[in-house]
Design a protein around this ligand. Structure first.
Ligand SMILES: Nc1nc2c(ncn2[C@@H]2O[C@H](COP(=O)(O)OP(=O)(O)OP(=O)(O)O)[C@@H](O)[C@H]2O)c(=O)[nH]1
Ligand SMILES: [Mg+2]
Length: 280
C-alpha cells in the first residue's frame, strides 16, 4: 500500500466553525473555539490519518480581512495566506444560518484567483433546513468552479465522515509528513496557553481578551503524576488588572478553575494551575 497525503486549508468568515471542525476531525481540542470573533490567531495544523492517507488540515484565522477593510493585524493575515499557500485544497466553510451574499462573492472572487481546488462546506446545518441551501448552491455554481458542496454540523459531528471520504479522493502519493500518533504541529505549551486565552474570552468582554499575552513559566510533572503549571497573563494597560482580578479576586478565580479543568481533561491528569498578572 502506497502512502498518500493531502493538505487542506479550512477557510471562512470568523465564527463559521473552522476550529470546531478541526477539533472534531482530529478528535482532540487543538484549536480553541468561541462565539466571539477572531478567536484563532495562529495557523494551526491538525493531522488525521485514514488508512494509507495522511490528511493535513490548516485551521486559518477568520478570512474577514482578506479584503483590506480594516486594520486587522498583519500576523492574522500572514497566517491566513500561509495556510492557503501551503495547501492543495480549500475547504470554504460557511455558517449556513448567517449567509451574507456580498461577503461570500467577494471571498470566492479572491479564493478563485489562487487556482486551488475549492470545496464548499455549509456548516451549522443543525440550525436550518438544508432545502434553503439549494438556490444558494445553484447561484454559486453558475459563477464559480467548485469541486462539490456538502453540508455538515461540526458541533454535532454530522456529515464529517462523509466529508473526509470525499476529500480523501484528492490525496496523492507521498511520504507522510507526521508520525502516526502526531496530531498537530503545536506543542503542549501552545495548547495550554490557548486554553487560557479561550477561558479569558469566555469570561471577559470587549478589548481585554484581545489585549493579553500569555506565557507559560512552569510545566512540571510531579512525582505523583499531577502537573504543576504556572502561566503569566501579560497586560499592556494597568487598568485591565482590576477587571481580570474582579471583585475580591472572584474573576481570576473563576478563570483559573475553569482553565484548570480544561487542561486536566486534555492531559488526563490532576492539574495545579497558578496564574499571575503582569503589566509590561
Ligand atoms: N449550532 C452550531 N454551532 C456551531 C457549529 N460549529 C461551530 N459552532 C459554534 O460557532 C462558534 C464559532 O466556532 P469556532 O470554531 O470558534 O469558529 P471559527 O470559524 O474558528 O472562528 P474564528 O477563529 O474567529 O475565525 C462557537 O460558538 C461554536 O460552538 C455547528 O455545527 N452548529
Ligand atoms: Mg477559529
Amino acid at each position: 500500500m502506497k502512502n498518500k497525503i493531502l493538505k487542506i486549508a479550512i477557510v471562512g468568515k470568523t465564527n463559521a466553525g473552522k476550529s470546531t471542525l478541526i477539533n472534531q476531525i482530529v478528535g482532540e481540542k487543538i484549536s480553541i473555539q468561541n462565539k466571539k470573533v477572531n478567536t484563532t490567531k495562529d495557523l494551526i495544523l491538525g493531522v488525521k490519518n485514514l488508512k494509507e492517507t495522511q490528511l493535513l488540515f490548516y485551521d486559518t484565522p477568520g478570512s474577514n480581512f482578506i479584503k483590506p477593510i480594516n486594520n486587522q493585524s498583519k500576523i492574522l493575515k500572514t497566517n491566513f495566506w500561509n495556510g492557503i499557500n501551503n495547501s492543495d485544497l480549500i475547504l470554504y466553510l460557511i455558517d449556513s444560518n448567517r449567509i451574507n451574499f456580498n461577503f461570500l462573492n467577494n471571498q470566492l472572487d479572491i479564493l478563485i484567483d489562487t487556482n486551488k481546488k475549492i470545496i464548499i462546506v455549509f456548516n451549522k446545518i443543525d440550525l436550518i433546513s438544508s432545502k434553503k441551501l439549494l438556490p444558494i448552491i445553484k447561484d454559486i455554481e453558475s459563477k464559480y468552479k467548485i469541486e462539490f458542496f456538502i453540508s455538515i454540523s461540526a458541533k454535532k459531528n454530522k456529515g464529517i465522515n462523509k466529508l473526509l471520504e470525499e476529500i480523501n479522493k484528492y490525496s496523492y502519493n507521498s511520504e507522510w509528513i507526521f508520525k502516526k500518533d502526531e496530531i498537530t504541529n503545536k506543542n503542549e505549551e501552545f495548547i495550554i496557553n490557548e486554553l487560557l486565552r479561550e477561558t479569558i474570552l469566555e469570561h471577559l468582554h470587549k478589548e481585554i481578551p484581545y489585549n493579553v499575552n500569555i506565557e507559560i513559566v512552569t510545566f512540571k510533572i510531579l512525582k505523583n503524576k499531577d502537573i504543576k503549571i504556572k502561566q503569566k497573563i501579560i497586560i499592556n494597560e494597568i487598568r485591565y488588572k482590576k477587571i481580570i482580578l474582579g471583585k475580591k479576586g472572584e474573576m481570576i478565580k473563576r478563570i483559573r478553575e475553569k482553565c484548570q479543568k480544561k487542561i486536566s481533561q486534555i492531559f488526563k491528569s490532576k492539574i495545579h494551575l497558578y496564574l499571575e498578572i503582569i503589566h509590561k
